[in-house]
Design a protein around this ligand. Sequence first.
Ligand SMILES: [Zn+2]
Length: 201
Amino acid sequence: MEFKDLRIQVIETAISMLRSGLTVGTGGNVSVRCPDNRTFLITPSSLPYETLVPEDIVVVDLARGTYEGRNKPSIELQLHRGVYLARPDAGAIVHAHPPVASALAVSRKPLPLVIDACTFAFKDEVKVAEYGEPGSLELAENTVKALGDNTAVMLANHGILCVGDNLEAALARCEVFDKAALTYILSLIVGTPTFLKPRSD
Ligand SMILES: [Zn+2]
C-alpha cells in the first residue's frame, strides 16, 4: 500500500486530536501532503477515528481534487486542498473544533499573541475567516484569505485550522491555540491584557 506509514500517522494524529478534547465524535479532520507533492492523504468522512485502519485513509489528487480509496473523504476536502494549493510550505493540516478557541471564532475576534508560546506557534495574531457553509468552496476561499502566511486561522462559528511542516507540528499548534484562547479570555476578565509582538526571526 502506498504511503502506509503516513496513513498511520494521520490516524494517530486524529486520535490524539480527539483525546486532547480538540474535537468530539467524528468532528474535525486531518491531512498530510505526500512526498510526491501531487497528492495528499485525508481522514474519511464520518468514521470514528479509533476504528480507522490505513486502508480507510483517502488519497486526494491535489491539482484535480479527485480522490481514490474505499471511503468518501472528509467533507472539508476543499478546505484542505485550498490551503495546500495556496501554501506550498504546508506539510500537514489539522482542523479541529476546540471549545475555547471556537468561542473567539463565534465572537469573530482574532487571537492576539497573548503568551510566549503564541509567538513561536503563530507568525502574528490569528484572524477569523468570514463565514462559509461547512464543505463549501466559499469556506475554503475565505479560510485561505484569512490564513495568509500565518500558521493558523479561525473559521467563523466553526473552529480552527492549523498548518505545520508535519502532522505533529500542526497538532501541537492546535493545542497551543486552545490553551492561549483560554488564557486570553481569562485575561479579559482579570483586567486589561498586554500583547506580544511577532518574533522577528
Ligand atoms: Zn469542522
